[in-house]
Design a protein around this ligand. Structure first.
Ligand SMILES: *Cc1c(COP(=O)(O)O)cnc(C)c1O
Length: 388
């Protein structure tokens, strides 16, 4: 498979040196826009935040952000202030939230860049208020409450105190509580319902303290699609935007989504070997008959999981094969049996299965992980090419 003429431009990830070997992530930005539109239809909320943390789940945060906004996203979400600034520096001025901060989180920088700050403690709230007071601005915050995920977010015993502090800062004119939010553990319907109930309690606590957020948000892709009670004013859409399913029991196609990323390596050699030939380190694979072995220009340094050795599928010239032998740092081998191919041919590891190539889900199964990890782990030597 080749996307050939459709390739618009390339964004090298490493030091900008020209790629000598084919290691390409071909990213369909029109699919990103379509997926956003589709997820907005499914969830029906007034607002939709598209999450572009971790460099847009490996797809390129800036390009994905623009495509998402074109598809109807009204907010963008990232993890930390540095990721938020990278978007602002690229000229993106859509509403933007970041929600994970270390001990030295520089909230003043966030306020200067008009980035809303997700706060998970009284201390973070105070720090935003102090930075805003210094600057003579109003710091926009979204208070994150822990409703049962056990990660960040204000714990229930402190909800009242934090909302009362927030109300006082609002009165002083240094803070505006634009949002109250939380995150689901995706631990099943009962747990979802318990978290929704806890979120209701947090909102009631805010109300009593006099805090009235414009945006109550709880759902990520899974909740947006399957837990209507979790949708509130805005959903935070991540994996679905990239065209991947958060569910074990539904594919991308089942959800009406198109995987945006196609991972492509190149054939760097083809050779005919006799039966019984050991392949790659440790000889975890031996040919069972005379065979053609294709060598592919991707390895675990590129984020190809070594655990998928002898398991994961690839597609070469429209036919499927299995990775054979141990995946090495820079390369792996495919036993093509009686078939053959040419040096320079594309090898598709995963992409949109509707086009006949393997899926990121198949790679996730082969590597005993989830599709999220398969796309976000792609390494620094991979070149991203954007399909217009
Ligand atoms: C990553 C993240 C999301 C997006 O989750 P998906 O499952 O990828 O849709 C939403 N909200 C928060 C707080 C996140 O960290």
């Amino acid at each position: 498979m080749t996307l050939g003429d459709a390739v618009a431009d390339a964004e090298p990830l490493g030091d900008g040196a020209p790629a000598m070997l084919r290691r390409e992530a071909r990213i369909d930005l029109a699919a990103v826009s379509r997926n956003v539109r589709r997820l907005r239809e499914l969830s029906g909320t007034p607002d939709a935040m598209v999450v572009v943390k971790a460099n847009g789940y490996g797809h390129g945060a800036v390009r994905v952000a623009r495509a998402a906004l074109a598809g109807g996203a009204t907010w963008l979400g990232v993890v930390d202030i540095a990721e938020a600034l990278a978007l602002r520096n690229a000229g993106i001025d859509a509403p933007l939230l970041c929600w994970l901060h270390g001990a030295d989180g520089d909230f003043g920088v966030a306020l200067d860049a008009r980035v809303d700050v997700g706060v998970s403690s009284a201390g973070q709230l105070r720090a935003v208020a102090a930075a805003a007071r210094d600057r003579g601005v109003i710091g926009a915050v979204h208070i994150k409450v822990d409703t049962g995920l056990g990660r960040n977010g204000v714990v229930e015993t402190e909800w009242r105190a934090v909302f009362e502090d927030a109300a006082a800062f609002e009165k002083e004119g240094v803070v505006r509580v634009r949002g109250v939010f939380s995150h689901l553990a995706n631990a099943g319907a009962d747990e979802d319902a318990r978290q929704v109930a806890a979120f209701e309690l947090a909102l009631a606590t805010a109300e009593v303290a006099g805090v009235r957020p414009d945006l109550r948000h709880l759902a990520s892709t899974a909740g947006a699609v399957r837990v209507p009670e979790s949708r509130y004013d805005m959903v935070r859409l991540g994996i679905g935007v990239y065209g991947l399913s958060p569910f074990d029991d539904a594919t991308s196609a089942d959800l009406g989504l198109t995987p945006a990323l196609t991972l492509v390596g190149g054939v760097v050699s083809v050779k005919r070997v006799p039966a019984g030939t050991g392949v790659s380190y440790g000889y975890s694979y031996r040919t069972t008959s005379e065979a053609n072995l294709a060598l592919v220009s991707l390895g675990y340094a590129d984020g190809i999981p070594r655990l998928a050795s002898n398991r994961a599928p690839v597609s070469i010239n429209g036919r499927r094969y299995t990775v054979t032998g141990r995946i090495a740092m820079d390369q792996f081998v495919v036993d093509m049996g009686a078939d053959t191919c040419e040096v320079g041919d594309d090898v598709v590891l995963f992409g949109d299965p509707e086009t006949g190539v393997p899926s990121a889900d198949e790679w996730a199964d082969a590597a005993e992980t989830i599709n999220y990890e398969i796309v976000t782990r792609l390494g620094g030597r991979i070149e991203r090419r954007y399909v217009s």
